[in-house]
Write a protein that binds this ligand. Structure first.
Ligand code: PLP
Length: 396
């Protein structure tokens, strides 16, 4: 029966990691995958996570199933992170949150909810966007349409083109936005632009959906929610997929959340009952450990403060690498202007390197970058900066 099955294409980013692992050159550098690395090139467990785990080990009394949406404490902690502790959305119970297996699980829950409950609407995704967005939405049977986002010339957001494209969307269509640290460009809208986007969604009756995978990696945990909160003030209905893979370093624990905001608590409860039905037939109920860690950290004032420092350390290190990268290229006499790298947010930047240059970097220098030229700045360290920049200078 399996004879007629043909092989699926390898995931381009994870495939690159495999190739990197096989590479025996000691000086190899991986700027492909989106995982935070510290100055030594490691992805350590956060100290606050270790402390929370120690507490959980002590107080855990059962491995019994969680409910379908996970624990209420986790749901509330997620909402406070998204909307702010005193948000009326929380007090009026307009939001409902389901713990999900990672940000990807949250996106898939959202996609299934959209397809089953909102019908044949289109999902507008930025061009470019995270490689998996198209796959997740089409797997749920939805059609995706791209809206302009990146201006290769100015290395900035092409905001007018984005607005013009989204103005073509039909009422009910979904607009997917990156909460902060747009993946792959690192370019986020400014506050007045968020406002304009929110007004457009309201006026055209589009459903905004936020993919929030890097809260804390741009300016700060609170600051990074600015765009979402502008939308939450203006739009009555909203979907959010959160991931805690990066900001808690909980990659393999698969911690995410799907949050739905409705006009009122009755509509929120009814719509959310459908989300629970969807989760029930996909994974039944979520894994407990990662979400328990996040809840423990966010609900303990001391741990929360310490976690914010840990997030700031990751954010600052990436920013420092951005500055050092631009400076090192300059010092090596590279004339091309890379200063845009310093203006961008989060782990990623679009380097502007061509496919040929990316291939040469891999073949000749053992420097791994995805084909689009997206670089994971988190893979840079003080130690690999010279060889990295020398390689880039050689292929420019
Ligand atoms: N959304 C974006 C924009 C991402 O970059 C990622 C991960 O890289 C995800 C979602 C998925 O996160 P998770 O690993 O929690 O599934």
């Amino acid at each position: 029966m399996f004879e007629k099955i043909s092989a699926a294409p390898a995931d381009p980013i994870l495939g690159l990691t495999e190739e990197f692992k096989q590479d025996t050159r000691p000086e190899k550098i991986n700027l492909g995958v989106g995982i935070y690395k510290d100055e030594s090139g490691n992805t350590p467990v956060l100290a606050t996570v270790k402390k929370a785990e120690a507490i959980l080990l002590e107080k855990e009394t059962t491995k019994s199933y969680l409910s379908i949406p996970g624990t209420a404490e986790y749901g509330l902690a997620v909402q406070q992170l998204l909307f702010g502790t005193d948000s009326p959305i929380i007090s009026s119970k307009r939001a409902q949150t389901a713990q999900a297996p990672g940000g990807t699980g949250a996106l898939r829950l959202a996609a299934e909810f959209i397809k089953r409950q909102l019908g044949d609407v289109k999902v507008w995704i930025s061009n470019p966007t995270w490689a998996n967005h198209n796959g997740v939405f089409t797997a749920a049977g939805l059609e995706t349409v791209q809206y302009s986002y990146y201006d290769a010339q100015s290395k900035d957001m092409d905001f007018d083109a984005a607005l013009a494209d989204l103005a073509q969307a039909a009422p009910g269509d979904v607009v997917l936005l990156h909460g902060c640290c747009h993946n792959p460009t690192g370019i986020d809208p400014q506050a007045p632009q968020w406002q304009q986007l929110a007004e457009l969604c309201k006026e055209k009756q589009l459903l905004p959906m936020f993919d929030f995978a890097y809260q804390g990696f741009a300016k700060g945990v609170e600051e990074d929610a600015q765009g979402l909160r502008i939308f939450a003030d203006l739009c009555e209905e909203l979907l959010i997929a959160s991931s805690f893979s990066k900001n808690f370093g909980l990659y393999n624990e698969r911690v995410g959340a799907f949050t739905l905001v409705a006009k009122n608590s009755t509509e929120a409860t009814t719509a959310f009952s459908q989300v629970k039905s969807i989760a029930r037939v996909i994974y039944s109920n979520p894994p407990a450990h990662g979400a328990a860690i996040v809840t423990e950290i966010l609900n303990d004032a001391a741990l929360r403060a310490e976690w914010e420092v840990e997030v700031a350390d990751m954010r600052d290190r990436i920013q420092e690498m951005r500055t050092l990268f631009v400076q090192t290229l300059k010092d090596l006499g590279v004339e091309a202007d890379f200063s845009f790298i310093e203006r961008q947010n989060g782990m990623f930047s679009f380097s502007g390197l061509s496919k040929e240059q990316v291939n040469r970097l891999k073949d000749e220098f053992g420097i791994y970058i995805v084909g689009s030229g997206r670089i994971s700045v988190a893979g840079m360290t003080k130690a690999n900066m010279q060889p990295l920049c020398k390689g880039i200078a050689a292929v420019l």
